[in-house]
Design a protein around this ligand. Sequence first.
Ligand SMILES: Cc1cc2nc3c(=O)[nH]c(=O)nc-3n(C[C@H](O)[C@H](O)[C@H](O)COP(=O)(O)O)c2cc1C
Length: 193
Amino acid sequence: MKILFLNGSPRKNGYTVSLMKCIEKGIDSSHSIAWIHSYDLNMTPCRACLQCRPNKECVSPKDDGHYVWHKIRSADAIVIGSPTYFGNISGPLKILIDRNLTAFEEIAASGLEMPSPLHKGKKAIIVTACNAPYPMSQLQSQSKGAIQAMEVAIKAGGYNIIGSITLDGAASKDGVPLKIEEQARILGMKLSL
Ligand SMILES: Cc1cc2nc3c(=O)[nH]c(=O)nc-3n(C[C@H](O)[C@H](O)[C@H](O)COP(=O)(O)O)c2cc1C
């Protein structure tokens, strides 16, 4: 199984990536794992020309957005994570998602029919980290907004979201707490079953 990790954090040793690495630990080594770090990509934002609908892929000049399209299309499962920024996901992850509309769903050229999800039955996990402590962290204006922003794209793809993890109160923590580490590892195991 090909498992794709889409990271929306600029901090490769931060909490988002740490949580995603805990998930990776739970995945059996027989599976192939690929990471995409959105902050490392050279990718223009979506221009809303919507030519990706009839053309399938984005029609703008080739850049890393096209590379990501192929990775999403061919992955058998996805782990997506972002820090919570103003109750939302990071800018580069948002660009990655918007640029890859047709990697998640197929839309008839007429644009009149409902989009069809391209990844029905595949598993997904969603991750975020934020500074707000529990229970404030659960507000729409905090981590809930970030989780929901990722959910919209993942649900458009038809994935089965097997779990989402929020590490809250990040500023006052010294590493990922053991309980959350274990929760993430178990989700990783379930993803690869
Ligand atoms: C631009 C910016 C906006 C942020 N907005 C929020 C927020 O709305 N709520 C919150 O709880 N934390 C917020 N934070 C804090 C981050 O979510 C927190 O530092 C998190 O641990 C970052 O994830 P990372 O460790 O993967 O980098 C913000 C941080 C930045 C840089």
